[in-house]
Each structure stands twice: as structure tokens, then as C-alpha cells.
Design a protein around this ligand. Structure first.
Ligand SMILES: Cc1cc2nc3c(=O)[nH]c(=O)nc-3n(C[C@H](O)[C@H](O)[C@H](O)COP(=O)(O)OP(=O)(O)OC[C@H]3O[C@@H](n4cnc5c(N)ncnc54)[C@H](O)[C@@H]3O)c2cc1C
Length: 125
């Protein structure tokens, strides 16, 4: 199946993305890795009026520790966590052991950790 018609924007900054989402309301969807959203759109289980593609916002592709808290940008892909050095300390080792259980390499190279939380599918590991 093909998705129903939708509008598409690819903002370059977070404020632009927030404005686009705010103007569209509940019928907008964020496109991160697309590994869940595009399937749902093809099956027409999700029919957004607007898709806001955040892949051109470089500041979202960052992984930082700030004041002892891990901040995972909305574009950090699953595969980044496969390196135990990506996150300092024991948490990095824990992530590297866990993340290889998520799907397979092509999915992990596109899918994002934040997208997984955002989607919140009960079958996600
Ligand atoms: C074949 C296959 C196998 C998989 N196996 C596993 C598995 O074993 N374990 C597992 O955990 N996952 C699995 N997944 C899911 C994978 O982890 C996805 O990458 C993830 O669920 C969604 O991430 P994404 O970046 O692709 O999000 P997208 O598909 O781009 O978006 C998914 C949803 O989240 C929303 N969203 C995304 N980013 C944001 C944001 N920043 N703010 C607000 N909303 C946002 C979107 O609007 C959309 O509704 C699998 C997927 C596939 C296709």
C-alpha cells in the first residue's frame, strides 16, 4: 500500500520544527529514523496531515552528559550505543550489551533511541 497524501517539511532548526508541529496540531508526525513511522503510514494505520522531518537539524544528533545526566539527542541512532565508549562509565557498557538486541544492523543504523521511546510500542525491547 502507499501512504495517504501528506505535506512534508524539513526544518533546519529546532524552533522551526516546533513551529511546524505547533501549526499542524495533533495530525503532525515527527520523522526521525522512519523505521516505525513509515511502515505505519504505508499500512495507513497512521495518516498524518504533515510530516516534520528532523534529519536536517544537526544539533539533535548529539549525545552529552550534562551535570551527571545523559542527554540523548532526537537523532542519535541505535548503532551509536554499540560502542561502550559512546556513553561514559558503566552505563556505556550496559547500553552496548543491550542495544545489539534491537532488530538488526540496517534498522539500528537508521532508527533512533528517542523515536523508540516516542513510539512506545509494547513489543520494543
Ligand atoms: C524490522 C524491524 C525490527 C525492529 N525490531 C526492534 C526491536 O527488536 N526492538 C526495538 O526496541 N525496536 C525495534 N524496532 C523499532 C526501531 O527501534 C525503531 O527505530 C524505533 O521504534 C523508532 O525509531 P525511529 O527513529 O525510526 O522513529 P520514526 O519511525 O521516525 O518515528 C516513530 C514515532 O515516534 C515519533 N517520534 C520520533 N521522534 C520523535 C521526537 N523527537 N519527538 C516526538 N515524537 C517523535 C514519530 O512521530 C512517530 O510517531 C524494529 C523496527 C523494524 C522496522
Amino acid at each position: 500500500m502507499k501512504p495517504a497524501a501528506f505535506d512534508y517539511v524539513a526544518p533546519r532548526t529546532v524552533p522551526e520544527a516546533v513551529d511546524a508541529l505547533g501549526s499542524a496540531g495533533r495530525d503532525a508526525q515527527v520523522l526521525a529514523g522512519g523505521q516505525s513511522l513509515l511502515l505505519e503510514m504505508h499500512l495507513e494505520r497512521v495518516r498524518p496531515d504533515l510530516v516534520v522531518d528532523i534529519n536536517r537539524i544537526p544539533e539533535l544528533d548529539t549525545l552529552r552528559v550534562v551535570d551527571g545526566s545523559l542527554r540523548v539527542g532526537a537523532l542519535v541512532r541505535h548503532h551509536v550505543f554499540e560502542s561502550a565508549q559512546a556513553v561514559p562509565g558503566p552505563l556505556g557498557s550496559l547500553f552496548s550489551l543491550a542495544v545489539v538486541n534491537i532488530a538488526h544492523p540496517p534498522i539500528r543504523s537508521r532508527g533512533t533511541m528517542v523515536g523508540s521511546f516516542g513510539w512506545g510500542h509494547p513489543a520494543s525491547e
